[in-house]
Design a protein around this ligand. Sequence first.
Ligand code: PMP
Length: 407
Amino acid sequence: MSINIQEIRSQFPVLTREVNGKPLVYLDNGATSQKPKFVLDVLDEYYEKYNANVHRGIHTLSQEATDKMEEARRKVQQFINAKNDYEVIFTRGTTEGINLISNVLREVLTAEDEIIITEIEHHSNIVPWQILCQRTGAKLKYIPLTKEGVLDIDQLDNLLTDKTKLVCVNQVSNALGVVNPIETIIEKAHQKGAWVLIDAAQSAPHTKVDVQAMDCDFLVFSGHKMYGPTGIGVLYGKEDILNSLPPFHGGGEMIKDVSMEVSTYACLPFKFEAGTPDIAGIIGLGAAVDFINSIGIETIHNYEKELVDYTIQRLSEFEEVEIYAKDAEHSGAVSFNLKLDGVHSSDVGMILDKKGIAVRTGHHCAQPIMQHFNIPGTVRASFAVYNTKEEVDIFIEGLKTAIRMLG
Ligand code: PMP
């Protein structure tokens, strides 16, 4: 499918604004993407035309809201190729999806068990496992990084044991934009009988995620990074595993029957969706999936790859620039620093902001990676389908100014 970027850009109202007197160049999509008018309209439509609580009501508005919400669930199911729509659990985001699993595993794990994560995780795929291990006595192990900053996957065989219950890894690193070898990790973990949780926060917006093909046991992502609203995300889990786990939050929607002594729980997905869900957010996420499908995730992937490759090529022109894990496969983002004494990533970010260019600086909620490189942070340029090579050129010009000013 060919891609008409100007037509795509015209769907994003915020892209017409100026920042500090300059046209906005938004390269902070790894933090959150902008939203197309189509998604904004669907949110408005929900609140203006059929706002009602779901699943309980006999009246028309409630039924309409329920239908739209369950339609969104099926859209997400198709988007990630889940076998069943009830394997799609709505959460507040990636963080909540991981915390959901880590909390319910408190009743499942013992001090005999082990969890493996990696040195390249976002804090939200580290801290919940540290808490779980503190509470259960289970052991937390890490797949280390090589000097270059990619996973030292050869170490996995030594780390995996018969005690390994779970392996958690992101498909794409938010801090470096590096693609991780999740196929190998899933295969090896399964050989030991361990479950695998994939953090797809940085992959779902950029690449085809097929949970059946990858055969992961859990997968989590956030709507706001893929053109959808904030406050909505997805936890996918295999049916039999989700059924085997205890519930997370207790409350309305997640029960079958409640007596004063005891309750029985609803079937999937409702068992894990206590309380009134983010109905607008869910419907908005469905619209975001429609938006992605209107272009095609493969088309988005190929186009963004061109942008990332071009950015790496242009950044390589400067001897003052150090690109992290430069030769690794990248998706959606590039991280770098200026090799200038006393210069912090935020200095670069502030100069770029004066030129209307939005990048992220700092540790990107991935401090172990920063410790690995012995740096406080990096500058990260991260992309979405509405970015252009012209914007990369503007960013590079901005960087030249930063080098001049800070050098
Ligand atoms: N994992 C990764 C790889 C991420 O990039 C992010 C967001 N930066 C998260 C987890 C957390 O996502 P959220 O804040 O939407 O829950």
